[in-house]
Design a protein around this ligand. Structure first.
Ligand code: DLL
Length: 435
């Protein structure tokens, strides 16, 4: 029998009754907190005829209305915060749908809650305090870097805060600093593996033992490839900034679903059309309620991620609900090298250049990295311009996309009327990745 380590066994292996009790108490508190402190929720609950006193147990959660990304946008940047400014200690952000970011905030206690999640994930992946944890997720407004960083420090490991980019340097650090665990997006892990191969570095020459990969979809095939390329055990980690960041759920050695930190983030799966709950094992939209957070305790937040959950106890001994890998989204958000991109953001940028709103976004995976190409029809007026003029416009659009979306894209201006027209909804995205 494998020896299993937990970061917080009292929660991770708690009985379902204990979890129910914790969740019931925390949901009642969260509902009271948002009703009293967030005008948006007061108005919404009043509209639905719900008062905090109606919520006595976690089973009452279905009485509550949903929250969507648009609500965060309508209250941009700070309108949904439930605590005064002096209680905040951190701000992060992720892509919005129009160029405006979704802004999230944390109190000191919220950082502890979030860090519990990443610490649980690290321990489940076998990390110990004697390990060097190499973090190649981006540091900054994105939650990946600092999320895993705090978790690694919390368990007493030594963090190597490399952040993303400069692959040759990453490899040098992996070699020289003897990193034991690596945290980055799965596509970047694959890219590091390929680069090592092209440099003639064998994975066996590194002490690296495990990797914690998330922020974008990846398949079981990709897991096998990464494990081979880096000579490690690869674990999945899921999360979203609106709820906390990475560590909302995480894999254990069974690699059979991600354990949700449901003492803080209560999961539901609903039918995206009827919004009614669906039974365990059925795919639907994943919805989370933040029951242990202070600054931004979102209620029934529709993630748009499609997944299924199961309450079956895992062989690892954890009783926490498991969710499948997300199988897609119920909106049009793309994830390009870990960065969330909405087609509407691309449109917003390109229209500033006086081109027609006829464009298509192509996404491919080359050498295990996502490549985005935006084809845009030039206007009739521009048709007579020289090749040089056209290249200048392409370069300007490319740099505007990079600065607005934080992702580099190839830009190709094409002849007027050359992109396919659709009779219904325009087909804006052609995603050729086989993930
Ligand atoms: O991606 C947080 C994160 C950082 C998770 C590092 C894991 C590791 P956002 O930028 O807000 O937060 O993007 C959240 O990314 O709704 C999913 O669609 C997608 N996503 C996150 N983790 C996974 C995963 C971070 N393991 C959005 N598998 C989510 C598939 C994932 N998709």
């Amino acid at each position: 029998m494998k020896e299993v380590k937990y970061y917080q066994p009292e929660i991770e292996t708690a009985s379902r009754e204990t979890l129910h009790e914790i969740q019931s108490k925390r949901l009642a508190e969260a509902v009271k907190r948002v009703y009293e402190n967030v005008p948006f929720y007061k108005a919404k609950f009043d509209e639905h005829g719900i008062s905090p006193g109606d919520i006595k147990s976690i089973d009452d959660i279905t009485k509550l209305p949903f929250t969507v990304k648009q609500d965060l946008r309508d209250n941009y940047p700070y309108g949904l915060f439930a605590v005064p400014k002096e209680d905040l200690v951190r701000i992060h952000a992720s892509s919005g749908t129009t160029g405006k970011q979704t802004v999230v905030a944390y109190t000191k206690n919220d950082l502890d809650v979030w860090t519990d999640g990443t610490a649980r994930a690290l321990v489940a992946a076998g990390a110990t305090k004697s390990d060097y944890v190499h973090v190649s997720y981006g540091y900054g407004l994105f939650t990946g870097g600092l999320g895993l960083h705090y978790g690694a420090e919390r368990i007493g490991a030594s963090v190597i805060p490399v952040s993303s980019g400069n692959t040759a340097r990453q490899i040098q650090i992996l070699q020289d600093f003897h990193s034991d665990i690596i945290c980055c997006t799965p596509s970047y892990a694959m890219f590091i593996g390929e680069t090592m191969k092209s440099m003639g570095i064998s994975p066996d020459s590194l002490p690296l033992r495990a990797g914690i990969f998330g922020a974008e979809p990846w398949s079981e095939n990709m897991r096998t490839e990464i494990e081979k390329a880096l000579g490690i055990d690869a674990y999945d980690i899921y999360g979203l900034s609106e709820i906390a960041g990475p560590g909302v759920s995480y894999e254990c050695y069974k690699k059979d679903g991600m354990h949700v930190c449901e003492d803080y983030f209560f999961p539901e799966i609903v039918d995206p059309d009827t919004l009614e709950p669906v039974p365990d094992g059925t795919y639907g939209e994943l919805v989370f309620t933040c029951i242990g957070k202070e600054a931004l305790p979102l209620i029934r937040y529709r993630t748009r991620d499609v997944a299924a959950i199961t309450h079956e106890t895992c062989e690892c001994g954890r009783t926490l609900v498991r969710m499948t890998k997300p199988h897609g989204r119920t909106d049009d958000m793309l994830i390009i090298r870990g960065v969330n991109v909405f087609p509407s953001q691309v449109e917003h940028v390109i229209l500033q250049f006086g081109v027609e709103p006829n464009y298509q976004i192509f996404v491919d995976r080359k050498d295990n990295l996502d490549v985005m190409t935006v084809k845009i029809e030039i206007s009739d007026g521009m048709f007579s311009d020289t090749v040089k003029d056209i290249e200048t416009v392409e370069r300007s659009i490319k740099s505007a996309l990079l600065s607005m979306l934080n992702v580099s894209a190839n830009v190709q201006l094409v002849e007027p009327q050359s992109l396919p027209r659709s009779e219904g909804k325009a087909v804006r995205v052609v995603d050729n990745r086989k993930i």
